[in-house]
Design a protein around this ligand. Structure first.
Ligand SMILES: Cc1cc2nc3c(=O)[nH]c(=O)nc-3n(C[C@H](O)[C@H](O)[C@H](O)COP(=O)(O)OP(=O)(O)OC[C@H]3O[C@@H](n4cnc5c(N)ncnc54)[C@H](O)[C@@H]3O)c2cc1C
Length: 819
């Protein structure tokens, strides 16, 4: 065994081997993989081998597409067959809402370039002659289906062996029966891994240990939120009907998914494999995989399978006379949102995770591709936020992960509504005024473990969400909240904001090198600033306020706490000249906004609030009611006169009550996240994570006014210079969508020119309640971004006319903000 390598992958399942393969493809030959047992000994050997291209996520969809393309070319490259059966993939719908889901997906698929067809029941029967189209209570009628002609299933072990061959051809070494048992950092900053076969030191470590992710994480003190859940499938004996069909010249049937009954079915040696996602499947190994488990399986649990077997047999009667040959029940790694953890580990340098894969056979190719890109180039090639391990935070306690993973597992096939909020493991993190908001009718959602009020049900209105891809029960109430903010005064509780304090003599210079905007030099000034990747994409958005001498207050998205904090801490100079503290939980934040907000705040403070004394885009440390040391920032994300009040958390209750008392005469009320979405859309305010990602530079995002090319060096500047010289390819657009009846854009809809050519994508959308317009924001090729350009946008399968509007269609001159 080598004693030193550039990168060491721990774990020889399909994901680890794919990472190794892709590292060699990036030109790193000095790489190795260790596997505690034999390659594929984890979950890989018993996977069913399905490769569904279907995925609602723009990022994961791209990873899956890459995998499927790669697996088709691997046999030729490596000489190793992978048994890729390109059978196609058929997802049935028996409900209108399910078709909406498929149509929503089609928007994403179009933007990624995944071929699909939406087909009729008649076409389903042609493709799948052994199916019952249904029409009874037990077996509802198929109303349509989504068909992917180019995917199918593969032999996971063969795939792993092909990747192994490719990796070895590229110079990689693989050591089986070699288990990582301890890891230490060397003085030079490398990683020394102790194994049962000796020690090996590596510059970079990749954890790809599947069900062992928590154990491996613990070697470095990381609490990795991946815990496996039991997952089973049934292998049937040969089917006479299937044999007759095939003998008569029928082609191998597409992998079938009856989503509304939560199972998949595929052919296997003239018989079938039936795999359900059952209710009640338990999480396993929350405290680690016991030594004895190895290649083992769990005993089959027929009771859990029965409802799915019955449903499948009604849909495909050919199953009826088939005996059951085997039940495979194995651990399948899960994360709280069902999406893998691909990217840097937090708090440690040069440690990378490729863990938490529940569709690991499908994702392995893409996950290895992008992780290798990230390790070798320092950046992934596509936006990876949706899979970045740092999208979770310290809140992922064992019990939280267990509950969420079980919930995610049993919901694999439920309809993924855009406004869905799942109930398990809640409430976890609550703002101090949670109960007060509850009393005001809050209908809660959860993000980054935090409870956030999505909207407020007025007295007499039921506090439920009727989830939908279309306008639904809360539409009117959200509209009322948005109007309250524009016409009177409202409060939004944004306590979850990520908050950092940066201090020290070099604080300004350090921050200035991280972001594209000029960091404010004067006390009381603030700057919206973007930290870029070296490729010029947007990685983070910070509002940087100079609170006092050598003291900056840095605010960013609540869901980005670990992501931003990790970035900032890793970027610190090593000489101690900059102090950095994550003070997220030390301060709460109420947004007080609307034309009457000044009158309300004036009742609580002696600080002069007139424009001359407290202009837009400035900040002061004030007293408000009984609260001291309140950072009052005259900015907000809704585009109204107002202040963000960032207060020491112990004042949450008294300040909240005082604001409501003071606002009584002005009709003050609470405003939720959904109204904020509507309001920010009317102002073309871009949201980090959806509108601002590393896929686009700030120039493409038309944020030129926040980019200071003439200041000194900052990360990403060279890439922007190149882009400016070559011409900025895309531009940010705000669109009014015409002819919308009940389905507004929500993001990930493709944009077309008049000739029907795809020229961009919407990244967000919502109904602008005050403008009474359906709005979308996103990116179009630069030549289509002129105000007045007529485009088309595809919403739930329908093309709608859309016009490019002047940015900020509500109050374009910011008169409200400056009032
Ligand atoms: C019943 C079932 C059916 C499935 N069907 C499908 C499917 O149809 N399609 C699909 O895409 N996915 C499917 N999956 C999921 C798929 O099996 C996994 O997502 C995939 O195998 C994960 O691969 P991996 O490389 O991440 O993990 P694993 O295959 O589990 O590999 C991890 C490896 O790390 C090794 N290891 C752990 N700790 C150490 C250490 N300290 N030192 C050295 N080595 C270590 C382990 O021995 C193991 O070999 C299925 C899963 C199950 C349970």
């Amino acid at each position: 065994m080598k004693t030193h390598v550039r990168a060491l992958v721990i774990g020889g399942g399909v994901v680890g081997v794919s990472t190794l393969y892709h590292l060699t493809k990036k030109g790193w030959r000095d790489v190795a993989l260790i596997e505690r047992s034999e390659l594929t000994a984890g979950s890989t050997w018993h996977a069913a081998g399905l490769l569904p291209l279907f995925n609602m996520s723009y990022t994961v969809g791209q990873l899956h597409k890459y995998s499927v393309d790669l697996y088709k070319r691997l046999p030729e490259e490596t000489g190793q067959d992978v048994s890729f059966h390109v059978t196609g993939n058929l997802r049935l719908a028996t409900r209108k809402e399910r078709m909406d889901e498929y149509w929503k997906y089609c928007g994403t698929a179009n933007t990624i370039g995944v071929p699909f067809e939406v087909i009729t029941p008649k076409r389903v029967k042609e493709l799948w002659p052994l199916i019952e189209l249904g029409g009874s209570a037990d077996t509802p009628a198929i109303v349509g289906a989504l068909y992917h002609p180019h995917d199918g299933h593969i032999a996971p072990a063969d795939l792993t062996m092909a990747l192994r061959k490719g990796a070895r051809n590229g110079g990689a070494e693989i050591y089986e029966h070699t288990e990582a048992t301890a890891i230490e950092r060397t003085r030079s900053g490398e990683w020394q891994v102790r194994t049962n076969q000796g020690e090996i030191t590596a510059e970079h470590l990749v954890f790809a240990t599947g069900n062992y992710a928590r154990q491996t994480g613990r070697l470095l003190g990381l609490n990795v939120p991946a815990i496996p859940v039991e997952h089973q499938y049934i292998v049937y004996d040969e089917s006479e009907e299937l044999k007759s069909y095939r003998k008569a010249g029928g082609r191998e049937l597409a992998v079938l998914r009856e989503s509304d009954k939560s199972y998949y079915l595929r052919e296997e040696r003239m018989g079938w494999i039936l795999g359900p996602y059952e209710q009640g499947a338990p999480a396993r190994f929350a405290d680690g995989v016991p030594d004895w488990f190895g290649r083992s399986l769990f005993p089959g649990d027929l009771d859990r399978l029965v409802p799915h077997v019955e449903a499948a047999t009604r849909r495909v009667p050919a199953l009826e006379d088939c005996g059951i040959k085997d039940i495979v029940n194995g651990p399948i790694s899960y994360t709280p949102d069902g999406t893998p953890l691909i990217g840097p580990a937090w708090g440690v340098r040069n440690v990378w995770l490729n863990e938490g894969h529940s569709f690991g056979i499908t994702a392995a190719g893409g996950a290895g591709w992008q992780l290798a890109e990230w390790i070798v180039e320092g950046e992934p090639g596509i936006d990876m936020l949706a899979v970045d391990p740092r999208r979770f935070g310290a809140y992922t306690s064992k019990r939280y992960v267990v509950k969420k993973n079980e919930e995610t597992y049993r919901n694999v096939f439920t309809i993924h509504f855009p406004d869905e909020e799942r109930p398990d493991a809640r409430p976890a993190k609550t703002s101090a005024v949670y109960e007060k908001l509850n009393a005001k009718g809050a209908v809660w959602g959860q993000r980054y473990g935090w409870e956030r009020a999505n909207w407020f049900a007025p007295p007499g209105v039921e506090r439920i969400d009727d989830w939908s891809f279309r306008r639904t029960n809360y539409f009117e109430h959200v509209g009322n909240e948005a109007r309250l903010m524009r016409e009177r005064v409202g409060i939004i509780d944004l306590t979850p904001f990520t908050k950092h304090e940066v201090t020290g003599a070099h604080a300004e210079a350090w921050l200035d090198g991280l972001v594209a905007n000029k960091v404010p030099a004067k006390i009381g000034r603030m700057a919206l600033s973007h930290a870029l990747t070296r490729r010029g994409g947007i990685r983070s958005e910070f509002t940087i306020t100079k609170i006092a001498d050598v003291h900056y207050y840095v605010v960013s998205a609540g869901a980005g706490e670990r992501y931003d904090s990790d970035y900032l801490f890793k970027a610190l100079p090593g000489d101690g000249s900059v102090g950095l503290r994550n003070i997220t939980n030390a301060r709460g934040c109420f947004v007080l906004a609307g034309p009457k907000s000044r009158d309300v705040l004036a009742k609580l403070t002696d600080t002069a609030l007139d424009n001359a004394s407290f202009p837009w885009l400035s900040a002061q440390v004030i007293e408000a009611a009984l609260a001291v040391d309140v950072y009052a920032l005259r900015v907000n994300f809704v585009g109204a006169l107002g202040w963000e009040l960032h207060f020491p958390i112990e004042y949450a209750h008294s300040l909240f009550d005082a604001l409501f008392d003071a606002g009584k005469d002005y009709g003050i009320g609470m405003v939720g996240m959904r109204a904020m979405e509507s309001l920010r859309m009317e102002k073309s305010y871009r949201m980090w994570g959806s509108d601002l990602t590393r896929d686009y530079t700030p120039l493409e995002a038309s944020l030129d006014r926040f980019v200071r090319m003439k200041k000194g060096a900052f990360i990403g500047k060279e890439a922007l210079e190149k882009q400016l010289a070559a011409g900025v390819p895309n531009r940010f657009v705000t669109l009014e969508v015409h002819g919308v009846k009940d389905a507004d854009p929500l993001g990930n809809e493709p944009l077309f020119d008049k000739g029907g050519r795809m020229i961009g994508r919407a990244t967000s959308g919502y109904y602008g309640h005050c403008l009474r317009k359906s709005l979308a924001i996103g990116y179009a090729k630069a030549e289509f971004a002129e105000v007045g350009t007529e485009l088309a946008i595809e919403i739930l399968g329908e093309r709608k006319q859309a016009t490019v509007l002047r940015e900020s269609p509500y109050d374009p001159d910011n008169l409200d903000l400056r009032a």
